[in-house]
Design a protein around this ligand. Structure first.
Ligand code: ADP
Length: 352
């Protein structure tokens, strides 16, 4: 049997092995680092990030079961590297029952595309088979209802009085703005905002989620701090544009998360370049390389450049994120890759 033949068969069988508690398999999660067939002995190298010793055990058993009765493989040897997830919770912050990972999408400055990134990320993760929630935490300028085209009113769960998220494009959505009429945010000030925010974050009936994406309000003020101190985050994504005015504020956002000991998953640069439609001409309208340089300076991962793309704006305005509506557009492709990459960072490793 040629190398390609047995490898193909092994990969097919491993695709049948699900990561415990998830609908995705260990190949698509990227757990399998190496494989070799020596005679009839299959040697596998796995890398698993988990605090739970039962996970590698379960995976090992399922792998062995997957090769039962397959002639060319009589035994399977599995070498597993288990990396404990990094503890990042801010002091006093708590997890949310039923939610496996909580990620904040933040920016120092408004208008850099933070909500666009959060919406596309949430939809992409849902497309990949994960159970995803998106929480719009921007009390004063919520935009996720518009971006996901979701105008359901808020329902309250009978008995528990918890808020039931709406569901659109496979994503559970809750927005602070859904709770308030058009004029009321201006009436909420200081300590009232803090109390409202804390209560809101604890009162949503998310159910079981693989990932909850929090779309934070822009800036690094009291509301942002309240959020990151209320909910135990698995990490934060910082969205910026390439120019210095945005980078200065991105720096402040990174500093805020560091202060409360939250892991920075990385910096994403939005509106990095514009491709003239029908050509390959690339224009770097807001300059080039700013996000990458800043990420290097701050010693955090740089997660990529998202183009300025009119299709991303149009789709956002029409309530259908580009990754869903036009996956083959310039930005649709980049958002897809970005979502896949982030999923790996979240579920597989402690670094990018
Ligand atoms: P923020 O949440 O940072 O305030 P938004 O996500 O609301 O920013 O984006 C501001 C505006 O810019 C929106 O109209 C959005 O559709 C548009 N936008 C964001 N990212 C892109 C992009 N990559 N290409 C084109 N338009 C974009």
């Amino acid at each position: 049997m040629s190398r390609n033949e047995w490898q193909e068969e092994v990969v097919t069988r491993l695709r049948g092995v699900k990561y415990p508690g998830f609908s995705r398999d260990i190949i698509s999660f990227g757990l399998v680092q190496d494989m070799a067939l020596e005679g009839t002995e299959l040697k596998l190298k796995l890398k698993i990030t988990t605090p739970d010793p039962a996970v590698p055990e379960k995976i090992g058993k399922e792998i062995r079961d997957a090769f039962k009765g397959y002639g060319p493989v009589k035994s399977v040897t599995i070498e597993t590297e288990v990396a404990p997830p990094q503890a990042t919770a801010a002091t006093g912050a708590q997890g949310i029952e039923g939610v496996k990972k909580i990620v904040a999408v933040a920016s120092g400055k408004g208008g850099v595309g933070k909500s666009t990134v959060a919406a596309n990320l949430a939809v992409r993760l849902a497309q990949s088979g994960l159970k995803v929630g998106l929480c719009d935490c921007d009390l004063y300028g919520p935009s996720q209802a518009l971006m996901l085209g979701c105008w359901e009113g808020v329902r309250v769960e009978e008995g528990t009085e918890r808020l039931v998220p709406a569901e659109c494009h496979g994503v559970k959505l809750m927005s602070m703005g859904m709770l308030l009429g058009d004029d009321s945010p201006a009436a909420l000030r200081g300590p009232m905002v803090t109390r409202f925010t804390q209560q809101f974050l604890r009162q949503v009936a998310w159910g079981d989620l693989d990932v909850l994406v929090l779309d934070l309000p822009p800036g690094t003020g009291d509301i942002q701090l309240t959020i990151v101190q209320t909910v135990a985050l698995d990490g934060a994504l910082i969205v910026t544009t390439p120019q210095e005015v945005a980078l200065v504020d991105a720096r402040k956002a990174i500093a805020m998360f560091r202060k409360v000991n939250v892991r920075i998953l990385g910096v994403v640069e939005n509106m990095s370049y514009f491709i003239v439609p029908g050509t390959t001409q690339k224009h770097e309208i807001f300059g080039t390389g700013g996000g990458k340089k800043e990420a290097k300076r701050q010693e955090v991962p740089f997660l990529g450049e998202i183009p300025l793309d009119p299709e991303a704006r149009e789709c956002g305005d029409h309530g259908k994120p580009v990754v869903l509506e036009r996956p083959n557009s310039v930005s649709g492709k980049v958002f897809s890759e970005f979502g896949n990459h982030l999923s790996k960072i979240l579920f597989l490793s402690n670094s990018s």
